[in-house]
Ligand binder design. Structure first.
Ligand SMILES: O=C(O)[C@H](O)[C@@H](O)[C@H](O)[C@H](O)COP(=O)(O)O
Length: 279
């Protein structure tokens, strides 16, 4: 007898879930997705303002440095930001700027003047204030768009990766930074994942983006992914998963999942007697 397939998780409105068999397939699709979003943004606004973050993201963007994208994309219209950054020197091994420069920026013709990295010569608090100021200037002249629902910047694309605790950017479970409503950029000094000092976009800024993509790889993300994606998922940990609070106001959210990170979702969907662990 055929098993009944029931979708026992309900993806939220404006959420799309893409699952991949291999890292290569994910990288191919992510490059195509970023390319399409950049083309649409440049056509509609004349610019492409993209915010990056850490984790495996940059390696998944590797195909943008190859044909056809290295030749076809209008790189002169790209503006680079970071949704979060570790407060370390730009040449420090922990710096997202450093790894992004080495693995992406040095391989494509993005203009140096369009790369907005964090000031690494000041305290983490001042770095957050400076970064918000810079973004405010760019919103004024509309290099970065503005949200129709609030005065937040409307990045064309914010790329995030998810940690095993469900953190996105440098927004960690139960951290007061999750509650901020008026700040665009904030700082933390107590990150549970080292290094402790970081700056991060706040949830209102993330959720005001036109497009958000979250990349998840590895079985250690399966629980967080399930709680983040599934509206109906319950459990004491569920409400504290920061990735669950990522929900674009007017934009669209796409999840890029490898098989391991999607394993709880798939098990729940198949209704094949799999007893989902209770959290
Ligand atoms: O310092 C951090 O906050 C981490 O580097 C984090 O941002 C990372 O993106 C996730 O932990 C996923 O990374 P992996 O998929 O490599 O586990």
């Amino acid at each position: 007898m055929e098993r009944e397939i029931v979708a026992s998780y309900e993806p939220k409105k404006n959420n799309e879930i893409r699952m991949f068999e291999s890292s290569d397939e994910m990288a191919t699709d992510l490059a195509e997705y970023i390319s399409q979003v950049s083309e649409i943004s440049i056509k509609e606004r004349g610019y492409f303002a993209i915010a990056l973050s850490g984790g495996p993201l940059i390696s998944f963007m590797r195909k943008l440095c190859e044909a056809p994208y290295n030749k076809t994309l209008d790189w002169s219209k790209w503006y680079i930001f970071w949704a979060d950054e570790r407060a370390v020197a730009k040449n420090h091994v922990d710096s997202y700027y450093k790894s992004t420069k080495e693995d992406f920026l040095s391989k494509v013709p993005i203009l140096n003047g369009h790369v907005y990295s964090i000031n690494d010569n000041v305290t983490v608090e001042d770095a957050a204030t400076d970064y918000e100021f810079v973004i405010r200037q760019l919103v004024k002249i509309r290099t970065v768009g503005v949200s129709e629902s609030n005065d937040c910047p409307k990045f064309d694309l914010i790329l995030l990766s998810i940690g095993s605790d469900g953190h996105v950017a440098s927004l960690f479970p139960n951290h007061p930074a999750l509650e901020l409503k008026d700040d665009w950029v904030t700082y933390i000094t107590d990150s549970p994942v080292p290094p402790p000092e970081r700056i991060t976009f706040t949830l209102p800024v993330i959720n005001s983006a036109s497009n958000i993509a979250v990349v998840a790889t590895g079985e250690d993300k399966a629980k967080a992914v399930y709680f983040a994606i599934s509206d109906g998922a319950e459990g004491p940990d569920a409400p504290s998963i920061p990735a669950r609070m990522v929900q674009p106001t007017d934009g669209k959210l796409v999840w890029f999942l490898d098989k391991a990170s999607a394993s709880f979702l798939e098990a729940k969907t198949k209704n094949d007697g799999y007893e989902h662990p209770k959290y």
